[in-house]
Design a protein around this ligand. Structure first.
Ligand code: SF4
Length: 168
């Protein structure tokens, strides 16, 4: 299993200077949908269509949890007290299964992802469904159950006016 540092470096490189010099990403994508093993459990959730489009240079990989400095693997985490929008209002938190408060890391990663998209003028993102960061309309609760609402990164990107497309 590759470390979080490995994936952070790959994300940084992809966001700073695309490996394909002709690439002009027109949308962002959750990196785990490209087969990048940056999920909490050190696995990915490859989406062949997303991978094909990434290989054509059309998509910019993003992973808010990795970019927020979290390790891989790590205990699963979810939202408590509300969904992503309520986290930004200070009314909800992100807790892992051991009770650790990861709210600040989730917010820092979401802001890093938003910056990467804004610097390139990208207005559309394909986000992994049901994640406490990337989920749109359905996210993960701290009790391990799905709940209605956006994840932390998705809520920020929606607030900034990006078009959100759920995948996975
Ligand atoms: S769902 Fe989002 S935060 Fe979770 S591994 Fe995929 S890209 Fe990273």
């Amino acid at each position: 299993m590759e470390s979080a540092e490995y994936w952070r470096k790959r994300l940084e490189e992809a966001q700073e200077s695309p490996s394909n010099p002709r690439s002009q990403p027109s949308a962002g994508v959750s990196a785990c949908l490209l087969g990048w093993a940056c999920r909490y459990d050190g696995r990915s959730k490859v989406d062949p269509e997303m991978l094909e489009r990434y290989e054509r240079g059309e998509l910019l990989p993003l992973c808010p949890e990795t970019q927020g400095g979290l390790p891989i693997p790590r205990p699963p985490a979810g939202l408590a007290g509300g969904a992503g929008a309520q986290v930004w209002e200070g009314k909800a938190r992100v807790l892992d299964r051991q009770g650790a408060d990861l709210t600040r890391a989730f917010q820092a990663g979401a802001q890093a992802v938003a910056r990467a998209l804004q610097e390139r003028g990208i207005k559309r993102v394909y986000l992994k469904q049901h994640s406490p960061s990337c989920g749109s309309g359905s996210t993960g609760g701290a009790d391990g159950k799905r709940r209605a609402g956006d994840g932390v990164a998705c809520a920020l990107l929606r607030h900034l006016g990006l078009e959100i497309i759920a995948r996975g």
